[in-house]
Design a protein around this ligand. Structure first.
Ligand code: AMP
Length: 135
């Protein structure tokens, strides 16, 4: 059965899309630790990130780098934290989280709540920035 993230890629489940190309897709985390918390995934479904073939894995990180630069250009933060957990959704994904303190990356913290409009506006701003980023 397709993962929830594969269903996001196909549009069967909605997402606040940030960017996509032939191989990768980025969208806002629906239960964010910070404004702009984004997930970056390979379109090809693999549960564990270290089971991804080298070239695809390298491409995923480069795509995440461009997304991260877009996020930091519109969200006030010291830097973008990068982490992989994968205990909840069995489709490899990289968390990109705007950080001002170490605690912004603490998954035990209560998740933030934004309205649909706020999430849509945040996604739109990051999406517009993404189109301007040249690596
Ligand atoms: P983990 O697999 O432990 O890295 O956690 C999965 C992450 O995916 C969590 O941060 C969830 O909030 C996020 N998530 C789960 N379902 C969705 C969804 N439909 N749209 C956006 N983010 C999601």
């Amino acid at each position: 059965m397709a993962s929830i993230f594969s269903k996001i890629v196909t549009g069967d489940i909605p997402s606040y899309k940030i960017a996509e190309d032939e191989n990768y897709y980025a969208f806002l985390d629906i239960n964010p630790l910070a404004k702009g918390h984004t997930l970056v995934i390979p379109k090809m479904e693999t549960d564990y990130i270290f089971d991804i073939e080298d070239e695809q894995l390298g491409g995923l990180l480069v795509f995440a780098k461009k997304v991260g630069k877009a996020i930091e250009s519109v969200i006030s933060c010291k830097r973008i934290g990068v982490t992989v957990i994968g205990l909840e959704v069995p489709h490899a994904h990289i968390h990109l989280i705007p950080l001002n303190t170490l605690y912004d990356m603490d998954f035990k913290q209560p998740k933030l709540s934004f309205t649909n409009d706020e999430l849509a506006q945040t996604a739109e701003k990051i999406r517009e920035a993404f189109d301007t980023i040249i690596l």
